[in-house]
Design a protein around this ligand. Structure first.
Ligand SMILES: NC(=O)c1ccc[n+]([C@@H]2O[C@H](COP(=O)([O-])OP(=O)(O)OC[C@H]3O[C@@H](n4cnc5c(N)ncnc54)[C@H](OP(=O)(O)O)[C@@H]3O)[C@@H](O)[C@H]2O)c1
Length: 314
């Protein structure tokens, strides 16, 4: 086993903190957390090292000073500013004498130029991939579809910010894009972290790493939710025309959720278009699960049963 020095940028966030926790739990690598402020990661009482993402030279010096070999970015990409922060981190890592590998903050669908037609924000992910292709570093874009955590929270532990999308377990309502029968793929953040930890052991990475926890349509998920909760749900279908006009049904969002997105209805309309166009199903890319057979990702039904079934925690 080779031990690396791994820096997790955005390691204070939902995905980032989960990656840090898993790497620390496994105890194989030295883990550093980078953030915009010098603070402490509450769950592990670990220091967060202040990184000035506006200054690639300072970032390069920081990475070299700590002999960082692998950078995992989990910075939330939601604006030109946050995209630029990650691009500066890519530049710094590439110019450093120590960093050999880089995982950009993707953790969603595989963004391609075709998606730009209805989801212009995809440009930020495409820019990061293009920048990485121009470096000497190995990198891999991790895709899995939709984060599964949201359908178990708050009963199943997660560091993710809460989001109500497609299914609302509190009111037993669903707002499904299209006819709801196109499959999507999902993965729990803890399983994502396990796959990332396992990949650190590999010498070579492909450009795209697709992992799938489960694959089912939103309609099937509603049927599972109805069975587990023992109630008929109130289900609405957002037509493709509604999604194209940016008029997806938006649930009232829980406290502590994402505040970065003023255009939430537009954004979830774009996610809806990804679902109906089959883009939220990453299994067509060929998944890498079978390379790590000891990781058994939690299935949708098991998560919903644990969180909302009769024996669920109070
Ligand atoms: N597929 C899905 O369903 C799904 C769901 C959620 C997220 N994601 C993806 O996962 C990634 C991480 O999301 P998340 O929910 O974990 O994010 P998050 O918790 O909202 O934020 C992650 C971290 O980003 C850092 N950050 C915020 N603004 C920044 C800026 N302008 N410059 C530099 N750093 C900044 C913050 O760290 P500091 O304050 O410590 O600097 C924050 O803790 C994103 O790429 C997101 O698109 C995918």
């Amino acid at each position: 086993m080779v031990a690396y020095t791994v820096a997790v940028a955005g390691g204070t966030g939902g995905i980032g903190c989960t990656i840090v926790e898993e790497l620390v739990r496994q105890g194989k690598h030295k883990v550093l957390i980078l953030g915009r402020e010098a603070t402490t990661l509450p769950s592990l009482s670990l220091p967060v090292i202040k990184a000035n993402y506006n200054d690639p030279d300072a970032l390069k010096q920081l990475l070299e000073a700590h002999k960082v070999e692998i950078v995992i970015s989990a910075i939330i990409i939601y604006s030109e500013g946050s995209s630029k922060a990650q691009l500066n981190l890519i530049q710094a890592a590439s110019e450093s004498s120590t960093v050999k590998k880089f995982i950009p903050s993707e953790y969603g669908v595989k963004y391609t130029p075709e998606i730009l037609a209805f989801h212009p924000a995809a440009q930020w992910w495409l820019d990061a991939a293009a920048a990485l292709r121009n470096t000497r570093m190995q990198f891999t874009r991790i895709v899995f579809g939709w984060v599964l955590d949201h359908y178990g929270m708050p009963h199943v532990k997660s560091n993710m910010k809460p989001v109500k999308y497609a299914l609302d377990f509190d009111s037993h309502q669903a707002a499904i894009p299209g006819d709801g029968e196109t499959p999507i793929t999902l993965l729990h953040s803890v399983d994502l972290a396990k796959y990332i930890a396992a990949m650190l052991e590999q010498e070579n990475w492909p450009e795209v790493s697709a992992f799938v926890g489960d694959r089912m349509s939103w309609g099937e998920m509603v049927r599972v939710a109805e069975r587990v909760t023992g109630e008929k749900w109130n289900v609405k279908y957002d037509s493709i025309e509604m999604l194209e006009k940016g008029e997806a049904t938006l649930f009232e969002q829980p406290e502590g959720g994402y505040t970065e997105y003023p255009e939430a209805r537009q954004l979830i309309s774009e996610f809806g278009l990804m679902a109906v166009n089959g883009i939220m199903d990453v299994s067509g890319e060929g998944t890498r699960n079978e390379e790590f057979p000891w990781i058994k990702p939690i299935k949708v039904e098991d998560l919903i049963e644990t969180a909302w079934g009769k024996k669920s925690p109070e």
